[in-house]
Structures are given as C-alpha cells and as structure tokens.
Design a protein around this ligand. Structure first.
Ligand code: HAM
Length: 448
C-alpha cells in the first residue's frame, strides 16, 4: 500500500514541541502585557456564518481568501479569516450587561487561502487586543501604548520597528474637502492606497489611472501615497480651504499626535498617509506596524478603529479599536533582531525528578512514588525501560535533571527511596515520608 504524505496541507504547519514553546513564549509575553492593562481573554468559534464577514470585512478576504464549508445546501459557513466580526457579534449579544469599556484579548486560529510565503500561512494564530465602548482617542492611545510595551517587553527599540498611523476620517476630509472627491469613491480609494506598497511603481500608476480618470484625484493619490508627516502632506496641496482645518478628521489626527508626544511614545510612531488598511469596517485611527529594516518588508501587523461594526447585530452604537497580530509575523521580526533567548526553545528539566527503577519488580512502587511527587505538583518522569542503572542515570543527565530517585527491591521493602543529587553525585536513602522535604532541600541548595 502506498504511504501517505508526512507533510501537512500546503500553507499549514506542524509545530513540534521546541517550535511551539517558542510561539507560546511569545504569546505568553503579550498576554502578560495585556493583563497588565486589565484586558481579559475571550474565545469564539472557528466556524461562523459567512454573512457576518461578507458585510463589512472585504470582498477579497471573504470571496477569494476564505475556506468555506457548505455541509447543508445553501448554508455557507466560513473558517474565520479574522476575529473582529465575531468579537462584534458577542459584544452585541450581551451589550447591556457588559461593563464598558470592554477590554478583551483573544488568540484564535484563523484561516486564509493565501499564497504561502514568509510569515504568511493558510492557518495561523492571530493575537487580538481590542477595546470597545469608548469613542475617545484615549482608547486608541491605550492600544498604541500596549503595542509599544509589547515591543519593549521583547527588548525591541524604535530603530527596529515603527507604528505607521493614519486616520480614515482625516483621509475622508482630504478627499472630500481638498480633492473634491465624491464620498462614494472613498472605498475604492482605500483599496488603491492599501495596495500601493504591495505594487511596483509602474503597476501602481497604471492601476490608479485606470481606476480614476480625474487629474486632481490622480495627483492627490500620488501625494497620499508618499507622505510621512502631516505638514509634509499638506504642503503639497495648494489652496487648502479653511473648512479642512475645522474638520473632525484633521483635528483628531493633530490631537492624537499631541497625545503620543505627551505620553512619551512618539519615537515609536510615524504618520503615513498611505496606511489606510484593507478592511472595509475601519473608520478612524488606522495603523500598520513595520520592521524598519530590510528583511521583513510586509507589515508585521495592523489594526484600527471601527465605529459601525456592531450595527450588523444591533441598533446600539458601540465603537471599538484594536489590532490583530500574526504570531508568525512577530516571530520573524523577533528572530531577525535576535530577541528570542535560546533557552526559550529548550525544555527545562531542572525541577523534574527522574525515577530510575532497578528492575520490573519495583515498577508499581515507582508509580506510587510518582503519584506522591505529582500530588505535590512536582513533575517527574518514570523510566520503565528497566535498563541498568548507569544507563538510566546517563539519560537523566542528558535531560539535565537535578534529582534522580533510585528504586530497588531493598528500598521498596522498607518503604524507602534513594535520592541522588546529579550535580554533586551525592546520594542517600530516605524514608518515603521524607521525600518532599529532601527534594526541596536539594533544590534550595542548588538555587543558592
Ligand atoms: P488584518 O490586517 O487582515 O487585520 O490581519 C492582521 C494581521 O494578521 C496581519 O497584519 C498579520 O500579522 C496577520 N495575518 C493576516 N493574514 C495572515 C496569514 N495568512 N498568515 C499569517 N499571519 C497573517 C485583521 O485581521 C483585523 N481583524 C485586525 C483588527 C483587530 N482590527 C481591529 N481589531
């Protein structure tokens, strides 16, 4: 019979324990930061009705990149490509009872049928941190503060990453007041700008000219594509109407920049007028976090404010803001700057007890000793290969355990065990009821 492939499906990945330990270390570090800000964890199903994504995420995401399941004719389910619509759903479901603002995080597995490439998979873990029920810029500011703290926690510096931010309301004002563009063209403008850094110059130029035939708008888009400060951007436009400076979009952006300065995180942040994000539901501050070096050219992750997403589920208006971060993308960034300590990948057996049994006659006695240790939450490994003692001790040494218990018929008959300190090679035989005490004694001695 032919053998099946050992490979997972294209774009999917197996995680062996060392790799998983590394990813979990990243997730746990971020979890700690989120909890420091009072965020709580939630979870939602991996399958959802397709409609809740089709309504306000993006056609490309839903119709080109999603895994769709149709078990019952006419009922289309989607393996979630992102989490935000599910978050909106569960907040809307209990919106009356939930205390605002809602500070929540989640680490779902998401699915996108994309071409697998550096940092991009068809199945991936995405850390989501969102705050809902607070319309103010302080909520966005808190999210920026969390992002900066996450990177600082890993030891990253502002020369290695930057949060490039923009505000959709600001772009709306530029387009409607300065470029005199019809509002109905905004969604397409966002698509065009979102693609700008993923396309080469010529393709972009052709794409824009084919999409918009108006010369003022064309010039405006080229300006928006390349500006890295608000003043630099506005200098490129002639005769800006006074009305523009009174618009919410302009005022919000300027105020946000001020806030970033005042809480001391502006070194980590940079305005970029081309950052608009590809999802349809964003309405305010949006951002993408980039590696400033050459190795990881795609954005590491992004997010923004969504004012109207909950309207899919209820008439209540609840605004949210937050981000989704691919764990693999962050992992690449951290590896690039050598920010993952080697020991993170290795299992530490120092606190684990190795139980060596001389032969099979004592096997069940060894199990009982194991139970005593585990009842005290002390991890232990029982060797039930019953090879000679030398062989078992060398296996214990290879793992790097500090304490080995040696169990033979003599010990079993007297309710005893021989405890060996693997570092000093000292060993003594003790009564079983002294085992825990002796374990901690050796451990404490080692720690000093
Ligand atoms: P998104 O930009 O579609 O936003 O995805 C956010 C991040 O998820 C990406 O920047 C990347 O880190 C990761 N990601 C996306 N696709 C893949 C993939 N195929 N493989 C690996 N990682 C991937 C959203 O999903 C929004 N729901 C984020 C959000 C939360 N906005 C507000 N709250």
């Amino acid at each position: 019979m032919p053998k099946f492939s050992k490979e997972p499906l294209r774009g999917m990945e197996d995680f062996y324990p060392d790799d998983l330990r590394q990813l979990n270390w990243i997730i746990d570090t971020i979890r700690d930061v989120a909890e420091r800000y009072g965020y709580e964890e939630y979870e939602t199903p991996r399958l959802e009705p397709i409609e809740i994504f089709a309504a306000k995420s993006s056609d490309e995401l839903v119709y080109e990149q999603s895994f769709i399941v149709e078990k019952k004719k006419g009922e289309k389910l989607i393996l979630i490509p992102e989490l935000t619509p599910s978050l909106a759903r569960i907040v809307a479901k209990k919106s009356q009872e939930l205390k605002k603002p809602i500070r929540w995080y989640s680490v779902p597995i998401c699915y996108r049928y994309e071409r697998p490439q550096r940092g991009r998979r068809r199945e991936f873990k995405q850390i989501n941190i969102d705050i809902l029920g607070d319309n103010s810029l302080y909520a966005d500011l808190e999210i920026f503060n969390i992002i900066v703290d996450i990177f600082k926690e890993f030891g990253a510096t502002p020369t290695q990453f930057q949060i490039f931010y923009n505000n959709r309301r600001f772009i709306d004002s530029v387009c409607s007041i300065i470029l005199k563009m019809d509002n109905k063209n905004l969604p397409i403008l966002y698509k065009v700008l979102d693609k700008s850094d993923k396309m080469d110059e010529d393709d972009f130029e052709k794409y824009v000219t084919d999409t918009f035939q108006n010369e003022t708008i064309l010039q405006g888009i080229f300006i928006l594509k390349d500006s890295n400060s608000v003043s630099d951007l506005l200098e490129k436009f002639d005769n800006i109407p006074e009305e523009f400076y009174k618009s919410d979009g302009y005022k919000e952006l300027i105020m946000f920049e001020q806030y970033l300065k005042e809480i001391g995180i502006s070194d980590y942040c940079n305005f970029s007028s081309s950052v608009v994000r590809g999802l349809d539901y964003y309405t305010g501050i949006v951002y993408e976090v980039f590696d400033t070096g050459k190795e990881n050219i795609r954005s590491i992750f992004g997010g923004g404010r969504y004012d109207d997403l909950l309207s899919l589920f209820s008439d209540e208006k609840i605004s949210g803001t937050g981000f989704g971060m691919g764990v693999l993308m962050l992992n690449l960034f951290l590896e690039t700057y050598d920010l993952i300590p080697q020991e993170v990948r290795e299992k530490d057996y120092t606190d684990t007890v190795y139980i060596a049994s001389i032969d099979e006659t004592v096997s069940l006695y060894a199990f009982k000793i194991g139970q005593i240790l585990r009842n005290e939450e002390i991890p232990c490994l029982i060797d039930f290969k019953f090879k000679n003692l030398k062989n078992q001790l060398s296996k214990a040494n290879e793992l790097g355990v500090l304490i080995t218990l040696i169990v033979g018929a003599k010990e079993m008959n007297k309710n005893e065990v021989t405890i060996r300190n693997m570092k000093t090679e000292e060993q003594k035989t003790i009564k079983i009821d002294k085992l825990i005490e002796e374990f901690y004694y050796i451990l404490d001695e080692y720690a000093e």
